[in-house]
Write a protein that binds this ligand. Structure first.
Ligand SMILES: C[S@@+](CC[C@H](N)C(=O)[O-])C[C@H]1O[C@@H](n2cnc3c(N)ncnc32)[C@H](O)[C@@H]1O
Length: 222
């Protein structure tokens, strides 16, 4: 997705997008490991910088590592954040960052907002989650926000219709704009649990939900 217009489109499509980054940072900031002043925090798939802006506002003491494989997104994010000295920027996937030997399991927390959903469940989701786990200290938490597949299949038509209405009511012209939901690979809670366990995390604890968008706290196992 091109960064121009990204934030406006996301808030028209994703219920609660305007407070998503604030909430994700507040949750991670309250975790035992990341409460410590000067903690190193990984922002995976930083996109146009929503989580980084919030992290700097809420926790100016954190040392942030921002990763995104997209040059356009990283450039947009850097322009938005300016020369923030507490951010180290990397044009990389989390998997590539770990394979390059730059992450040594020293991170006290990580944020992954709307990233896993774009990876197919063909080994790519597991590789991404395993790389995130390798970055984290034992006991450190990951805040994971993603589009999920509903476990209540009988409710799916109603939820889909409500999402469509939400987007139209938010001013989205669904006949003209390319929906960010296209090309996504949402999974259900059972599959997510099995993937995060295999990657080295405990069971996901759901901390919020708006239609299909769900937020989880995951703890890196020791
Ligand atoms: C939908 S955007 C979300 C951006 C931001 N987190 C937000 O919520 O606004 C997903 C971002 O993840 C990045 N991405 C995709 N695969 C990734 C991977 N394996 N590791 C890190 N980032 C990835 C994409 O380039 C894109 O910028």
């Amino acid at each position: 997705m091109h960064p121009s217009g990204y934030d406006r489109l996301q808030s028209q499509v994703i219920p609660g997008y305007g407070s998503l980054a604030r909430l994700a940072v507040a949750l991670l900031s309250s975790s035992p490991a990341a409460q410590v002043s000067g903690s190193s925090i990984l922002v995976a798939g930083c996109g146009t910088g929503a989580e980084l802006l919030e992290a700097i506002a809420q926790r100016p003491d954190w040392n942030l590592t921002a990763l995104d494989p997209s040059e356009e997104m990283l450039t947009a994010s850097r322009q938005r954040l300016g020369e923030a000295p507490s951010i180290s920027w990397h044009q990389a996937t989390v998997e590539g960052f770990v394979a390059g030997g730059e992450a040594a399991g020293g991170y006290a927390g990580a944020l992954s907002v709307l990233v896993l959903q774009s990876l197919p469940d063909d080994g790519s989701k597991l590789a991404y989650l395993s790389a995130l786990a390798k970055c984290l200290q034992p006991g450190a938490q990951l805040v994971l926000v993603d589009l999920m597949r509903s476990s209540l299949t009988s409710l799916e038509p109603q939820l889909d219709a409500a999402w469509d209405r939400f987007q139209r009511a938010s001013g989205l012209d669904v006949t003209r704009e390319l929906l960010p939901s296209e090309g996504l690979h949402p999974i259900g809670l059972a599959r997510l649990t099995s993937l995060v366990n295999a990657a080295g995390f405990g069971d996901p604890a759901r901390v919020f939900q708006a239609l299909g968008f769900e937020g989880f706290l995951l703890q890196r196992q020791g």
